[in-house]
Every structure is written in C-alpha cells, then in structure tokens.
Design a protein around this ligand. Structure first.
Ligand code: EPS
Length: 353
C-alpha cells in the first residue's frame, strides 16, 4: 500500500515526508523533486519567505544508485528561516487554525499552533507527490494545473493587478485552480465500497490542502443545474481506435471529469478547487487576545497575499499521490517491472473487450 506522512514545523529545522510503498527500480533524482518544490514557491503574491527559502529535498533513505529499492523514502527539506519559531503571540487570526487549535491542544502560545498549521507543510506533500508523479509518468500519466480565477476575476491579465491592489490595502485574495490528469487508465478506484471511490479520495486530498473551501470534479456544481441529457457523456465505439488508444470506446465530452461510479473511465480527470484568501492580513480584522480575552487586532505576520498558483501545484501533488495509490492498488507489485507486467496484461485484456 502506498502511503505517506509529513512532519516538521514552518520555522523548525526541516519539513520531512516519508513515502512508503513505492515499487523498487524507479529512477529518481533530487532534481525530480526540486523542480516541483521550485514550482510550489512561485507565483505573483507569494510572501518574503519564498525569497529566503530555495527548497530542495535530500533523499535520505529508500534510494540506491539513483533507483528506489522498495523501502520507505525519507525526504528532508531543510528550513533556512527559523527565527519566528521563538516569537510567542496571542492575538488570534480569524481564518487560521489559531483559535480552534489553541483550544483543542490547550496551548497558551498561538505560535505552537501556527508552526505546524502553516502551509509550509505542503512542501513535504509536494516532495512525496513528485515521486508519485515520476512513477505515474512511467505509465504515460501526466498531471498539470492552472489558475482559473483570482480575486473574483477570470481574466488573467487582471490577476497581478488585483494582487497588487490587495497588497496596498493590507488585504489578500483567493481564487480557483484546476488540476487535470491525463493518460489515466480505465479502472482505478471502485464503487464496491465508499472509501474505494477515486473521486472521494481525490476530493478529500484536494480539500485537505490549506485554504481550500470547495472542490468539484468535472462539471461539478454546474451539473446540478442541467438536465441529465446535457450532463452525461454519450458513449461511442470505433474499432480502429483499439490500436492507438488501447480501447475502441470513446466520448466526445468529459462532463464527468474522468470518473464514473467512483472509477476512472479513461478520460482526463478534471478537478477544480476554490481557495479562500490568505488569513493573515496586514490590515487586520478585529479579534480577541487569547491571554487577556480583551478585544485585540489579529496578529500580523509575514505572509502571502495570494498563493493560488502554488495551491494548484500542491493540488497536483496530492492528486498524483491518490492516483498512484489507486494505480498500485490495481497493478501493484514490489518492483517497477512487476507493476509494468500487471499493467500490460490488463491493457491487453481490456483491449479485446
Ligand atoms: C509558506 C511558508 C510561510 C508562509 C505561508 C506558506 O512562511 P512564513 O510564515 O515564514 O512567512 O509564507 O504560510 C501560510 C500561507 C500559512 O497559512 O501559514 C510556504 O512555504 O508555503
């Protein structure tokens, strides 16, 4: 079973990801991970921290002579900025984990909450996702993302201006991004049990990215407004496609977003997510001081104005993990060769259907 966890605080020594269940003999370099970490740091509206960090992961286990060996991969991303770790605060920031976290964990210093709640943790997810992406690429599966809307505008030409305006006002902006996975074979996930459904797994994973408040697959909320005849993707068959596509079945539309009955149907998997504006505001909202219970302005800290592009990259990573997990559940083997044999046998069998 493919699984991962992360550890580490935003201003602690490092962010760490441990990925277990990756088959042996997958070629992997620190560069494969670094290029995704670099993408996570980019985008207009990112804060000063991104100029301090130049994220890269050291692969400290699970790799020998540039290939995975089937044991857990430990990926360590050192933090350069550690100075905030020792700065206690009690002025709760609405929209962040500050209040709920302090009450839940019985903490008097909100610093003890924000250090782990920080979106910096997603560097670990992107590192683990980069390995999954490398595995999926071996089977022709690619995952990309793009920002669709920012600060309420779908016009890309306006986005940087909206971020700059928010910065001047001490405010922040959210947006919408889309993740698309192509080349996903038919048959990942299952309707047989609630927690086997691929759409459920993907929605949960994308919703778990900090700041995400909405997730949809395919037409999503729009499907609820249309009659069935304008939602469901008509099915066609053309025998001549078998050689080139591995199957004669095809669709002309993809309103389902690549998943029907909780199973990938061979069309691109399309996921969209809505990200709320960053909660730390330079022009802060009214709040309460956790220590005194007196009215106070929310804490102002170094923060991003917008991180929608980055959230898209993180969305790709968590989707890569879920698709890789479902892929290995179906075609699983301890080495890449074994997975390939299983995959090829299935492709051959489904091509004759
Ligand atoms: C982040 C690192 C953080 C923030 C941001 C994400 O660094 P610092 O707190 O030192 O400026 O830039 O954190 C948040 C958006 C958040 O909600 O905590 C990163 O590496 O992505």
């Amino acid at each position: 079973m493919l699984r991962y966890i992360t550890a580490g605080e935003s201003h602690g020594k490092a962010i760490i990801a441990i990925l277990e269940g990756c088959p042996a003999n997958l070629a992997l370099t620190p560069e494969d991970i670094k290029k995704e970490l670099v993408r996570r740091q980019e985008g207009h509206g990112r804060g000063a921290r991104m100029k301090i960090e130049a994220d890269q992961a050291e692969i400290i286990s699970g790799l020998c002579h540039g290939k995975t060996i089937g044991s857990p991969l430990a990926l360590l991303i050192p933090n350069k900025s550690t100075e905030l770790a020792e700065q206690p605060f009690t002025q709760l920031r609405p929209g962040h984990a500050d209040l709920a976290g302090a009450l839940k964990y019985g903490q008097k210093d909100v610093r003890n909450i924000v250090e782990r709640a920080s979106a910096r943790e997603t560097a670990g997810r992107v590192a683990a996702g980069a390995v999954c992406r490398k595995l999926l690429a071996e089977f022709g599966i690619k995952i990309e993302s793009k920002t669709l809307a920012l600060g309420g505008s779908t016009k890309e030409a306006e986005w940087n201006g909206l971020i700059d305006q928010a910065r001047e006002k001490g405010d922040s902006v959210g947006g919408v991004f889309e993740v698309v996975a192509t080349g996903v074979p038919v048959g990942l996930g299952s309707y047989a049990q609630w927690d086997s459904r691929l759409d459920g797994a993907l929605a949960r994973a994308v919703m778990s990215v900090p700041g995400i408040k909405g997730v949809e697959i395919g037409l999503g909320f729009e499907a609820a407004k249309r009659p069935g005849s304008q939602v469901h993707d008509a099915i066609f068959y053309d025998k001549s496609r078998v050689a080139s596509h591995g199957s004669g079945f095809y669709r002309k539309t993809n309103n389902a977003g690549g998943i029907e009955g909780g199973i990938s149907n061979g069309e691109p998997i399309v996921i969209r997510a809505a990200m709320k504006p960053i909660p730390t505001l330079r022009n802060p909202l009214p709040s309460v001081d956790l220590a005194t219970k007196a009215a106070a302005q929310a804490r102002v800290e170094r923060a991003d104005i917008s991180a929608v592009d980055s959230a898209g990259v993180i969305g790709e990573a968590v989707a890569a993990f879920e698709i890789a997990r479902a892929f290995l559940e179906k075609f699983g083997g301890d080495s890449l060769e074994e997975v390939r044999d299983n995959f090829n046998a299935y492709q051959k069998r489904s091509a004759v259907l």
